[in-house]
Design a protein around this ligand. Sequence first.
Ligand code: F6P
Length: 559
Amino acid sequence: MNTPIDVTTTDAWRSLRADAESFEPDLRGWFARDPGRAERYSHTVGDLYVDLSKNLITDETLRLLTKVAEEVDLPGRIAAMFAGERINATEDRAVLHTALRRPKDRSPALVVDGQDVDVDVHEVLERMYTFADQVRSGAWTGLSGKRVRTVVNIGIGGSDLGPVMAYEALRSYVAEDIEVRFISNIDPADIAATLAGVDPETTLFIVASKTFGTIETLTNARMARTWLWEQLARRGVIGTEPAERTNAVARHFVAVSTALDRVADFGIDTDNTFGFWDWVGGRYSVPSAVGLSLVIAIGPQRFTEFLGGLHAVDEHFRTSEIAHNVPALMGLLNIWYVNFLGAHTHAVLPYAQDLHRFPAYLQQLTMESNGKGVRWDGSPVPTDTGEVFWGEPGTNGQHAFYQLLHQGTRLIPADFIAVANPADPRKDGHVDVHSLFLANFFAQTRALAFGKTADEVRAEGADEAVVPARTFPGNRPTTSIMAPALSPSVLGQLIALYEHITFTQGIVWGIDSFDQWGVELGKELASQIAPAVTGDEEALAAQDASTQALIRYYRDARR
Ligand code: F6P
């Protein structure tokens, strides 16, 4: 891996810095004076219509941002990622989640370290599809011969957030007779609530863990296995013989992992294991075998369409020049806001209830990727990195935090996402409710951009004393993303869009967006502290005074 270019020393960065000092956003004026603005700043990628025109940018800003991308060799880094170079420097790994969605028999084949990656990927996909078809058709049964009705995915982080987000998003494509539930948190409340009312004879557990070493997932998997044994025994399906228990696991547990030896140690048959590779980061893994629960829910055909959507945006990102490359442009806009206009957070606001877990999914994607203070060669970053991503679906957010977006003192760029055709078209009398819903989508981005002047407030007859409170400054930047419908393909396109936005920002900052060392210390300390929590006095004495007091409080209060 080469040394990252210090972006702050580039000419384009200096010019942007100079521009930012005297920058006076004027969306009202820009739109009034430039009738071509909306068209010029709107792009199509796959099925996505992306309108960047309500961002705080001029042609010159975009020109300089594009130059920044060139100066840090974004095109070269994109090519390196797609070619399977080891761009995950701190783990010395290739980064090839894009290979997971390459169509079968694509030519030329993708060969990395002498291994035909396409063949490997499609071999696992075929196994997943065969298994999913068996479950969906009822050919795969539980131990007592009953078909599977409930699939429970046990995983955390990337082994949970992608599958749960996609399952919720594609709700209308899910087979009617199969439900997927998700257990992630080690808080026993999660497994208790998720398994409440579930029939053990018709339940299939998928233990999803890239490393198969994650304490939350292994603990939950063991508790689920015990639950299964107890429940099946209670119904007389099994006794207490080890062989009966093994048979129960064989019919009710499958695993998804890169660590096949650890899966075998856990007692899950390797025949029931679906592998993937260390070049797939956890937060990029939903198109891998980690998506098994989704394949079972929506079926292989729809999953293939999902992969097709991801691939379409991959190809756009790989082949488009920066000036027309939508993920790159969106990533560069984020750079503009974070590094020049002082934004600390970024809202993602889906006007699609089915995307309600999308912001949570993006939090791992963006913040685990770009929440870093050193570059890929270990040197400190020369700028701020990693803004906080957050959001809630409209219109719920409107009645919660939009006040701050409209009139607060902070700059919060926001992405608004909507689809033209709802999964559930309904009317309220004669009114099409989706149209009413989207009227809010259009209204919000307009209000944020153009605001309401004091004179406009006065013209409505407002008392002078409340004019300031009722004035909206405007110039609040938004990107609007629209698609025909929330299909599997469109969902794939949205995921790839944000993956590549994240990549673009990481390259500009010179950081390794594919490691996650920052989550390790907490994990290490949790295992060191666990004995203190359960009564080991020596371990307790080794803690700092605050931690000791907190643990004592817990031990005293715990019944
Ligand atoms: O702790 C962070 C993390 O490593 C994530 O990157 C990952 O998605 C999650 O834990 C779960 O890891 P695994 O799939 O190996 O259980």
